[in-house]
Unconditional design. Structure first.
Length: 246
C-alpha cells in the first residue's frame, strides 16, 4: 500500500531530507524506509504492513556511481539503515566483490541482531576484523552461519570472496529454509546448471527462489560458484527484508 505523510521542513537541519521510518517492535527501534519527497510537503512510501510511522530528518548518502544503476533503490534503503557504506572516494563500487566477513556484517545489521561478545568457535577467528567480530558472533549465536569443517577444525574464512551459493545459504537460514532432508519444491532443477549447486545449498536456494529473493541469469543458470558483487549482495538483502516485511 502507498502511504503519504506530511512533514515540517523547518524541523530539518542543513543537509537533511525527510524520510519515512516505522517502529519495529521486535527490534524496539525505528527502521528507515525512505520514500519519495513530493512538492506539497509530503513524503510517499510503499509499505506492506501496518505499524507506527513517522517522518524524520535524514542526511542521505549519495553514491555518484549509482546514478541510474539497477540496484540503486536497494542500496539507498540499506544505506539509510546504516547497513552499508561507501568507500572514501564517496563511491559504492557496485561491481566490486564481497568477502564472507563483509556480507556477514551486512546481514547481521540488516536483521538488527544484537551484537554478541561470545567467543568465536572458528579456529581462524583471529583473522576476523575487529569491526566485524560482534556481527559474526551474533550470526553464529542465531544459527545463521556454521563455517567449514576441515583438518584445521571449523573455519570461517572471513577474507575469502563469497560465492552465490554461500550467500544463498546464509540468507536461507535467516528465512528459515527447510532442512536438506525436507526440500521445498524443485525450483533449483529449473536452472540449466542445477547439478553444480552444492547439496548443502540446495534447500536454501530453492526457498529463496520460491520467495523471489534470488533468481538466475538470462541463460537460465544460477552460477553457484560465481563471486557475488556488492550490488548483487545489497539487492538480495533488500529482497530478504521485503520477504520478511521488515
Amino acid at each position: 500500500m502507498n502511504m503519504t505523510l506530511h512533514y515540517d521542513a523547518k524541523q530539518l537541519t542543513n543537509g537533511q531530507k525527510p524520510a519515512v521510518y516505522y517502529y519495529n517492535t521486535d527490534r524496539q527501534s525505528w527502521v528507515y524506509l525512505g520514500g519519495k519527497i513530493n512538492s506539497d510537503g509530503t513524503v510517499s512510501v510503499e509499505t506492506k504492513h501496518f505499524d507506527t510511522y513517522a517522518v524524520f530528518g535524514n542526511e542521505p548518502v549519495v553514491f555518484s556511481d549509482m546514478d541510474g544503476h539497477w540496484g540503486s533503490s536497494s542500496i539507498e534503503r540499506l544505506a539509510g539503515m546504516n547497513v552499508i557504506r561507501g568507500y572514501d572516494d564517496s563511491l559504492f563500487h557496485p561491481n566490486a566483490q564481497v568477502t564472507r566477513v563483509q556480507f556477514a556484517s551486512m546481514l547481521a545489521k540488516s536483521m538488527g541482531l544484537d551484537t554478541s561478545n561470545e567467543v568465536q568457535k572458528f579456529t581462524d577467528a583471529s583473522q576476523i576484523p575487529t569491526w566485524a567480530q560482534a556481527d559474526v558472533a551474533a550470526l553464529v549465536q542465531a544459527g545463521f552461519i556454521n563455517g567449514y569443517s576441515g583438518i584445521d577444525g571449523i573455519t570461517f574464512k572471513p577474507n575469502q570472496v563469497i560465492t552465490r551459493a554461500e550467500m544463498a545459504t546464509m540468507l536461507g537460514k535467516v528465512l528459515k529454509a527447510p532442512s536438506i532432508s525436507e526440500p521445498t519444491p524443485t525450483s533449483v532443477n529449473t536452472f540449466q546448471d542445477a547439478s553444480s549447486i552444492p547439496d548443502w545449498a540446495g534447500a536454501e536456494v530453492n526457498s529463496l527462489v520460491e520467495s523471489g529473493i534470488i533468481q538466475g541469469y538470462g541463460d537460465q543458470t544460477f552460477r553457484s560458484n560465481m563471486h557475488a558483487t556488492r550490488a548483487e549482495a545489497a539487492t538480495m538483502l533488500y529482497k530478504l527484508l521485503d520477504a520478511l516485511n521488515i
